[in-house]
Write a protein that binds this ligand. Sequence first.
Ligand SMILES: *Cc1c(COP(=O)(O)O)cnc(C)c1O
Length: 403
Amino acid sequence: MNNYFKSMPDQKGFFKEYGGSFIPPDLQTEMDKITDAYYKISKSHEFIAELRDIRKHFQGRPTPVYYCRRLSNELGGRIYLKREDLNHSGAHKLNHCMGEALLAKYLGKKRLIAETGAGQHGVALATAAAYFGLECEIHMGEVDIVKEHPNVVRMKILGAEIVPVSAGLKTLKEAVDSAFMSYLKDPVNTIYCIGSVVGPHPFPMMVRDFQRCVGIEAKEQFFEMTGEMPDNVVACVGGGSNAMGIFSAFLDEEDTHLIGVEPAGRSLKKGDHAATITYGKPGLIHGFKCYLLQDDKGEPDPVYSIASGLDYPGVGPEHSMLKDKGRVEYTSANDKEALDAFFELSKKEGIIPALESAHAVAHAMKIARDNPRQSILVNLSGRGDKDIDFVVENYGKDYGVVL
Ligand SMILES: *Cc1c(COP(=O)(O)O)cnc(C)c1O
């Protein structure tokens, strides 16, 4: 599969049949402006030089690739982590937020608007807004506000305004709806900064491009450490931004197996998981086409995962295409497997992963057990500090952690 980046997405934002832009005409006008600006500005020397400087001096990039010696010795296989947990603000999300906010600065926007699930995108965007001196409005479901309390505090300290969303399940999907509506009220002075490779064109492409630094760095670092390409690259998939970031560098490496891990939640009943590609079928959500967990009328199903950042009924259009092409394997890990991995990585390596990232670690551990001679590069998308209180309160005694 030769690199398709020059031809896809096409002019209308399609990755084969997925993606596009299914939005009202006034919003389309604004999206077209962002698309035009993105093509011109983001390829300019000035923009690239400024973003490089930010990556290095503000974010602390490149983040390291780390070999898990104790975990690998125990399981077999060789497990490596791309340490996005060490990216400033604790997850990969700052990579696209700094890019989106820099674009906003070039466009003369005053305010950034976004939704957040686990709070990671909100924290990352609030961080970017503070860096550039922009206002920041974050929409968040009331359920997530309670569950992700530390991130709510962080956003407020950074100067962001939080808009609680009480509709529906009070989680990520409703927060996206609410943020879209707020953006429509003033698209001239604000810019909507989506949190993943989802939404109408140009967001899936733009967010992927801003996340590509993860894959570009990891490929070079892995080769330097081992003299070869990884046998497997594993990433968790919510909307799919951290996965696209790392996969993008390996699409042409035909011997490298790419695996996206979706959340299988607490059961495979409707409403108990968010394994979109594994169990969904093509449909429309938030202005784009993708695999979707949906009912007979095409309405998005309720979804759940122990990891707030993964509970979205849709998924990036590029992932949907890569699934059909067969270039990426999509599988899932459930809550229990993610929790096991959360504690295992903490105890064996001294790294507390985000519950989202723990899904990828869980699958990497499975591969390692079954394939003792293979190497596995995991995108450790974020750190777990935000999850510790919730995990210990609800599951601590199952793992011998009693306060
Ligand atoms: C938000 C988040 C994810 C899920 O988002 P993707 O767009 O699928 O990457 C994964 N890991 C962490 C740590 C997150 O904060």
